[in-house]
Design a protein around this ligand. Structure first.
Ligand code: 0O2
Ligand code: 0O2
Length: 229
């Protein structure tokens, strides 16, 4: 019998919506306290059905094991300015009573062969449904803006080449990953200077703290501006 995907994905959609609000709320709280926020912006998505089916076939995941074996049906992404912020966000997630961490993968210390860097946390999250509580798994990827830039580009190229990159592109991507990480390290080295400037910048703007006005972090484009709210 074909699966009723809308019904199956309902708690996942609710979880992504709730988690986006909660994680964006953390950013707001830092801003209201006039402190440096370790969260630059947050995105989230429910994995499209065709991607779920493709991954089930590739990983030989059966229907009855889907909920426990596919950890990224609900996916959240937290973008940070500095590598240090990533570890602060990880600590904040661990401290929360509403998120139970069930698995962690540090691809910053353990870089993937592709050059991919990010910190992945899998959580068990309770969703309140009309027939009671349901715990679902969600994957939170935490990365710097520079890691995100690389991953986004590599992901699109992967789509084009289906993972079989020509050698030259492969090499260039690996070099680009290292260059992106060097940028992170350079920024970290002058982190205090940057944060001081950002504080001054927001102070210069009159320390506005309404959602529409505040931002001590002026790095991203208008599209991303929305994701920070
Ligand atoms: P693609 O293919 O990247 O274009 P909002 O209205 O701002 O609350 P919205 O528009 O519903 O939110 O979604 P949001 O927050 O912008 O997040 C959706 C985006 O999440 C995706 O866009 C991707 O950029 C990103 N994303 C893609 N894959 C993953 C993943 O595996 N994990 C996480 N955490 N995020 C992912 P699209 O358009 O779906 O995809
Ligand atoms: P999407 O929605 O297209 O992003 P696997 O899925 O087999 O790779 P696993 O163990 O399930 O591995 O999880 P892992 O490796 O911790 O996280 C998988 C997700 O991390 C991927 O989701 C990507 O979002 C991201 N990721 C991992 N490795 C790379 C990489 O080399 N390049 C890029 N751009 N992203 C990576 P999906 O399944 O691709 O889904």
């Amino acid at each position: 019998m074909p699966k009723d995907w809308d019904l199956f994905l309902m708690p996942y959609r609710q979880a992504v919506d709730e988690l986006k609000i909660k994680l964006r709320g953390m950013r707001k709280q830092f801003q209201q306290e006039n402190a440096h926020t370790p969260i630059e912006f947050v995105t989230g998505r429910v994995k499209p059905v065709d991607s779920i089916i493709e991954k089930m076939q590739r990983r030989q995941v059966t229907d009855d094991l889907l909920e426990q074996d596919m950890q990224d049906i609900a996916g959240l992404r937290i973008m940070c300015q500095f590598v240090e912020d990533i570890y602060q966000v990880v600590d904040l997630i661990h401290q929360r009573a509403d998120l139970e961490v069930v698995e962690e993968r540090d691809y910053i210390t353990n870089v993937k062969p592709s050059g991919y860097r990010s910190y992945h946390i899998v959580i068990s999250y309770p969703v309140q449904m009309v027939h009671g509580e349901k715990h679902i798994l969600a994957e939170i990827q935490i990365r710097t803006l520079s890691m995100n830039f690389w991953a986004t580009i590599e992901h699109s190229l992967n789509y084009k080449y289906q993972g079989a990159f020509p050698e030259e592109i492969n090499e260039r991507l690996k070099r680009a990953a290292e260059a992106a990480f060097m940028l992170d390290q350079e920024m970290s080295a002058i982190r205090e200077e940057i944060q001081e400037a950002q504080q001054l910048f927001s102070y210069g703007k009159g320390q506005q703290t309404s959602d529409d006005q505040v931002t001590g972090n002026q790095v991203t484009d208008n599209d991303h501006e929305d994701k920070r709210k």
